[in-house]
Design a protein around this ligand. Structure first.
Ligand SMILES: Cc1cc2nc3c(=O)[nH]c(=O)nc-3n(C[C@H](O)[C@H](O)[C@H](O)COP(=O)(O)OP(=O)(O)OC[C@H]3O[C@@H](n4cnc5c(N)ncnc54)[C@H](O)[C@@H]3O)c2cc1C
Length: 388
């Protein structure tokens, strides 16, 4: 079989790339190990806060209207504070002349509709985890994948969108730099005593940040509590006791919490590929980078990769390896710089808040005070949240 592009991994980023390339007139196959995710009745545990830039891309692909008709949780305000000091900042969509700052979307819902649209557009989706990269390709030859029962497929470009543990990345010999945050992202859904009023909240605790994200249900929040691994072990061993800790650590901002879902933990690690492409192979999304979820930017970075790679491949002759390499090089330069800025910002936040050093605590309080009082700084923060 011959395709213009093969995408390994049909998560939200892989399917977005596949659909975008199909709309550019390319023939595309996706290899994904799971079935199409079914639409969930209950609110899912894994959610993503999507910014305006990501939504604009999904809108262009015809997916956002389906997702927003089904279920989203738009948020108009953000409230961030520090448990250990008076530091407190609140900003709203009106400060950035927008209707909202973003929307909470369930990963499974997004993937369901992306899959539906991709198949309807003619993307071939092959369900298997049995595959290997036979050849990264060369100037004369396409790249090649062997999959299933000794089937082979060739493509001018193979895109690795198979997540943080990308097998394609390993097989293409693309190495990563990484460090363990020594934290686990604990996620759960909780019914609160008071309505969330469309405000995304985050409190910085000495053990890590706790986010309370507003869902479509006015009384239900989805939490992402990034806590030190030892504490996470204790919390995950006694899930039923999580709600009283959320009530107390959030300063009762929404009153009493009640657990209404399972509780799951995801080990957190910073990772980025040193080189994002080799011959006819390129990485996108978590396969290229994973970051701390404290600013809810992981998937947004992945969607920004898609925008950039789609722009760079538009009307390019993929068979010409030197032209393809120039396009992939431009993509890598632009996206790697953006990702590294985000990684540095996450590191600053994590170290700045995970300390008991009184000097650092004083500096961070001043930082919050400046951000709250100085209008241009506040406007800039609102624009960063929007993805502008
Ligand atoms: C606790 C937590 C909270 C988060 N919150 C946010 C947030 O609010 N906002 C935000 O922007 N980001 C958030 N993120 C990050 C976000 O979830 C990820 O960046 C995003 O899911 C990455 O999507 P992806 O498609 O690149 O990878 P994945 O979602 O990992 O998808 C990879 C796909 O590849 C498939 N695959 C893997 N291996 C193989 C194989 N060998 N063969 C075939 N298929 C394979 C998988 O089945 C999967 O479908 C959060 C992350 C965590 C851990």
């Amino acid at each position: 079989m011959n395709y213009d592009v093969i995408v390994i991994g049909g998560g939200m980023i892989g399917l977005t790339m596949a659909l975008g390339l199909k709309q550019q007139g390319r023939s595309v196959m996706v290899i994904e190990q799971h079935e199409q995710p079914a639409l969930p009745n209950e609110l899912e545990l894994r959610v993503s806060a999507l910014n305006h830039r990501s939504r604009a891309l999904l809108d262009e692909l015809g997916v956002w209207p389906l997702v927003s008709d089904f279920r989203i949780g738009p948020y108009t305000d953000m409230h961030v504070w520090d448990k250990d000091s008076p530091a407190d900042i609140h900003f709203s969509a009106t400060e950035a002349n927008a209707d909202d700052l973003g929307a909470i979307t369930e990963n499974r819902v997004l993937e369901h509709f992306l899959w539906q649209r991709a198949e309807a557009a003619g993307v071939v989706i092959t369900k298997t985890a049995q595959w290997r990269l036979r050849d990264c390709g060369s100037a004369q030859q396409a790249a090649e994948i062997e999959y299933g029962e000794q089937q082979r497929a060739q493509a001018q470009l193979i895109i690795g969108a198979d997540g943080g543990r990308s097998r394609l990345r390993q097989q293409a010999g693309l190495t990563v730099r990484f460090w363990d945050y020594e934290q686990v992202g604990v996620v759960a859904n909780l019914r609160m005593e008071k309505p969330h009023n469309g405000v995304a909240r985050q409190v910085f605790l000495p053990t890590g940040p706790l986010a309370l994200l507003p869902t479509p249900d006015t009384d239900v929040v989805s939490i992402v509590w990034s806590m030190d691994s030892s504490l996470a072990q204790t919390r995950l061993a006694n899930k039923a006791r999580l709600a009283p800790f959320v009530t107390a650590e959030s300063g009762r901002c929404l009153g009493e919490a009640e657990l209404i879902s399972d509780v799951k933990g995801f080990p957190l690690r910073m990772q980025y590929a040193q080189q994002w492409h080799a011959q006819r192979v390129v990485l996108v999304g978590d396969a290229a980078h994973t970051i701390h979820p404290l600013a809810g930017q992981g998937a947004n970075l992945g969607f920004a990769d898609c925008v950039c790679l789609l722009e760079n491949l538009q009307q390019r002759e993929l068979a010409d390896l030197s032209s393809l390499t120039r396009s992939l090089g431009r993509y890598q330069r632009e996206r790697k710089a953006d990702t590294q800025t985000m990684i540095a910002a996450m590191e600053l936040f994590k170290r700045g808040f995970g300390t008991s050093n009184p000097w650092i605590k004083a500096v961070r309080s001043l930082g919050f005070l400046a951000a709250e009082r100085i209008t241009p700084i506040k406007q800039k923060l609102a624009e960063v949240a929007l993805g502008r």
